[in-house]
Ligand binder design. Structure first.
Ligand SMILES: [Zn+2]
Length: 132
């Protein structure tokens, strides 16, 4: 029985952390420790499909993997999982298109700066904190 439950120790820590939040029995440091342990389990131990992008269009690897950051047994998938966790492939493709060459990059940078400026000044104007 214990041997079947032991691989899922992170879920037990997760349930205990949620219980700690709801009941305030463990204190903040206890809940923080349980949450950190559970996070480590989800990142490095939780069983899940690999999910690394493969050559077939819009398909992902379906091999078994352990943890969100670790890929399956294929070495390349381990790096791909790590990369997709920090920068989404669609975001990376979008950035590659926006900054394809210096001229396009300059236009993209100008568009981003003016978009941020428009959003900030519109917000300030609507909230009445813009001065005049
Ligand atoms: Zn894989």
């Amino acid at each position: 029985m214990l041997k079947r439950i032991l691989p899922y120790w992170g879920l037990i820590a997760f349930v205990l952390a949620i219980t700690g939040w709801l009941t305030s029995d463990f204190g903040f440091s206890g809940v923080a420790a349980l949450s950190a342990l559970s996070l480590l389990w989800f990142l490095f131990q939780a069983p899940n499909p690999c999910g690394a992008p493969i050559r077939a269009a819009s398909r992902t690897c379906r091999n078994n993997a352990r943890g969100l950051l670790r890929g399956c047994h294929l070495q390349q998938h381990k790096w791909q999982r790590m990369r997709t966790f920090f920068v989404h492939p669609r975001l990376r493709r979008c950035a590659a298109q926006l900054f394809a060459n210096p001229v396009t990059g300059l236009a993209s940078l100008g568009a981003i700066v003016t978009m941020v400026s428009t959003v900030i000044t519109s917000t300030l104007a609507l909230t009445g904190k813009g001065g005049s």
